[in-house]
Design a binder for this molecule. Sequence first.
Ligand SMILES: Cc1cc2nc3c(=O)[nH]c(=O)nc-3n(C[C@H](O)[C@H](O)[C@H](O)COP(=O)(O)OP(=O)(O)OC[C@H]3O[C@@H](n4cnc5c(N)ncnc54)[C@H](O)[C@@H]3O)c2cc1C
Length: 408
Amino acid sequence: MFTWTHIIFYLQCMDYTCCRVAFSSTALQHEYIMSSIGLNEEQKEFQKVAFDFAANEMAPHMAEWDEKEIFPVETMRKAAQLGFGGIYVHPDLGGAGLSRLDTSIIFEALSTGCVSTTAYMSIHNMCVWMIDTFGNDEQRHEFCPPLCSMDRFASYCLTEPGSGSDAASLTTSAKRDGDNYILNGSKAFISGGGETDVYVVMCRTGGSGARGISCILVEKGTPGLSFGKKERKVGWNSQPTRAVILEDCVVPVANRLGAEGQGFGIAMRGLNGGRINIASCSLGAAHASVLLARDHLSVRKQFGEPLANNQYLQFRLAEMATGLVTARLIVRHAAQALQEDRGDAATVCAMAKLYATEECFKVCNEALQMHGGYGYLKDYAVQQYVRDIRVHQILEVNPLILTENVFL
Ligand SMILES: Cc1cc2nc3c(=O)[nH]c(=O)nc-3n(C[C@H](O)[C@H](O)[C@H](O)COP(=O)(O)OP(=O)(O)OC[C@H]3O[C@@H](n4cnc5c(N)ncnc54)[C@H](O)[C@@H]3O)c2cc1C
């Protein structure tokens, strides 16, 4: 039987070498951790590469990137050299050609070093995959290689001021004019907006509803494309968020992905993987937070002994570890379903995203609580994980997928 003792033992087995209470030394270097259990040798290898990259290239800067709102372009380009700019994109286009499960493993590991930067990279990867999958050969070869190397960056543009959860009601229009479309409208909350190069824009070429939507690539520098002010956010501060404004923006018809009317389907197919990726970023934050909490409890003394001796806190920590592991299981299950293109994949991806983002937020928040007042200070990393993953419960949600597929 699986008991609390087993779970506490599990926590003790989580091997990490330089996770400290102080924010400045939160680099997590993992040799043998539970998130590698069940993985094959190749997966363990690139997981280690991702953990090392997170520990050495991201974690030491994550507080500064957050504080100064730095979009770490050069660090992401270094990550791209390891294949993380187009993880599930075909190798002939510069992608790594890995599976959805492999991708989840990588994003989970990277986000221990900086959730916000990793989450942007996950959106970028989703966009490149959409071009690879739904673009014609010319589009794939023109756009994907510089995106995989992160010489260029991509943004996903679905949400509008008047259409969030109800994305199919979007009103940005694309009117055909010979060999061009003329785009008018605005997109809200666009990750990377203003600083990225390729905008994957969902817009209306036909009548109302999902079937009237197409997907068009708009490049930075196109006349008529402009950006709103940089939004001030609770977290995700290492990536800019801006409105994307299209005013008589002339784009060649050759930039349309797929046929007219297929845009909403393309956007939703992208989001199936996007949901796994965002959920994986939550897993990394929860993993890091469990370790931070465990470490804090072992050094902080109250009532004459380390807090770690308090059985209530031991139980709480065990529950956090259980939450993390169960969330990881459903995310990996969904990744596998998507990889196999199973009929239930979209539903399972939505379930995994729903469950993991909520469970991991609880884990991080509980870890902050265990730090007491210190958890509320910006010198301690745990508060940044809490702030950064809060938005994962808000975005890439589609309340209808679950209700339609589960109840109807
Ligand atoms: C930091 C950040 C980055 C983002 N990045 C991007 C991006 O890169 N690209 C992009 O396209 N979008 C992006 N978004 C937008 C994000 O996807 C939307 O905020 C999200 O889809 C919710 O839409 P909304 O904000 O309009 O909320 P609303 O749709 O107004 O929803 C408000 C609340 O009502 C709930 N709700 C709505 N409808 C229903 C229903 N039928 N049943 C039950 N509950 C419902 C929602 O779940 C939510 O809790 C980003 C948002 C943020 C905050």
